[in-house]
Write a protein that binds this ligand. Structure first.
Ligand code: SF4
Length: 365
């Protein structure tokens, strides 16, 4: 079995560099199963963050790695990334991993080859979730892997809302718990339903309160404005309120331009990360945008007034299905992007001219 993680960018200068590399981890074990692949892959994030002078952020093929100047001067090399993963994966997963080797590719040709294989694997993992809904399970799963840098943050992973890094869906968290019952992915009994539209359950609230060091009293699975989920720093996308449009914008990590909020992704990420609840702003995994539970408390996909063109186009097929269900098959063309509007005023003008539903919906606050 091969685990692949991509697009790390350490240039050794204490800032983001331009080196793209693939870390390919081959693992073998008599009890190994393909369900364990995402669980072990996500450990790359967790384990590299143990090292002094390395900050690993992100998931799957969207990873930022920062290496401090001190670590570089102390002799940190790519080779040490491999040594850390080799030692810790063997140590922490000795019940399933018998042998392991780590290869780091930096030649473009090899990077592209492995990237293609990884994209296939990600698609297969996501497809396994089809048909599972939040209403048909009694148990959600927590993920506390990012508490190493956001101590009060917990993701609640449900069938219809994957972890905000996009790397863990409900089945992955379940497999992780089976592998390591005392590990970072604990079952959460939903308990009594508190509010269907917000996605609040008594069991989830109790669990969050205890495991967030009593910092978060309540958490909605489906709301941006009322008790939203906290954000660590690994989110694939950020949702941000656009008050004058009575809607929200979504920006993905790959988009480096200015957003209509007047902030780039990196500035927004600095504001909302760290494990605090910030009503009106929230980190999410891409897959959640196409979920039927997406911001159901605020009216769902109909609230989205702006997103980068690339995000809209790559998600077009799944979002189009949701738009049809909303009874508005042309809805995606009513969402502005950077080629249409760069300011909140311009977004408002565009959505007003294109009969976007958001302005006529209940006020967001
Ligand atoms: S972002 Fe959430 S699901 Fe992903 S590793 Fe961190 S805590 Fe886990």
């Amino acid at each position: 079995m091969k685990l692949v993680t991509f697009r790390a960018a350490p240039d050794g200068a204490g800032r983001l560099g331009v080196v793209l590399d693939d870390i390919v981890v081959d693992v073998a074990g008599r009890k190994m199963q393909s369900d364990f692949e995402p669980v072990l892959e996500r450990q790359v994030h967790h384990l590299l963050n143990y090292a002094e002078g390395i900050l690993h952020m992100g998931q799957r093929d969207l990873i930022w790695i920062r290496v401090s100047k001190t670590a570089k001067e102390a002799g940190l090399k790519f080779e040490h990334f491999g040594k850390i993963l080799h030692a810790k994966l063997l140590d922490d997963f000795d019940t399933i991993v018998d042998k392991i080797q780590v290869t780091i590719y930096t030649e473009q040709e090899n990077v592209d080859k492995w990237h293609e294989k990884a994209l296939l694997s990600y698609a297969q993992r996501d497809e396994r979730m089809a048909g599972l809904t939040d209403d048909t399970v009694d148990v959600f799963y927590s993920c506390s892997l990012c508490q190493s840098f956001a101590p009060n943050h917990l993701c609640v992973v449900t069938p219809e809302r994957l972890g905000l890094c996009g790397a863990y869906n409900w089945l992955d968290a379940k497999a992780s718990n089976e592998l390591n019952p005392a590990g970072p992915n604990q079952p959460i009994e939903k308990g009594t339903l508190v509010d269907d539209s917000l996605g609040q359950w008594s069991g989830v609230n109790e669990f969050i309160y205890e495991k967030s060091n009593n910092a978060v009293e309540r958490m909605s699975c489906y709301s941006l404005m009322t008790d939203p989920m906290t954000s660590c720093g690994c989110f694939m996308c950020i949702i941000a309120l656009m008050p004058s449009c009575n809607g929200v914008m979504i920006v993905n990590r790959e988009f480096t331009g200015m957003t209509p909020s007047g902030m780039k992704f990196s500035t927004l990420a600095g504001m909302i990360g760290g494990g605090v609840q910030a009503p009106g702003f929230m980190g999410i995994g891409r897959g959640y945008i196409a979920s039927r539970k997406f911001l159901s408390a605020e009216g769902g996909l109909s609230r989205v007034v702006w997103m980068p063109k690339e995000l809209k186009e790559t998600m077009r097929a799944s979002l189009a299905d949701r738009a049809k269900e909303m009874g508005d098959p042309d809805f995606l063309d009513k969402i502005a992007d950077e080629t249409i509007a760069e300011t909140e005023e311009a977004v408002l003008e565009f959505i007003a001219a294109n009969d976007h539903p958001a302005p006529a919906m209940d006020s967001l606050f």
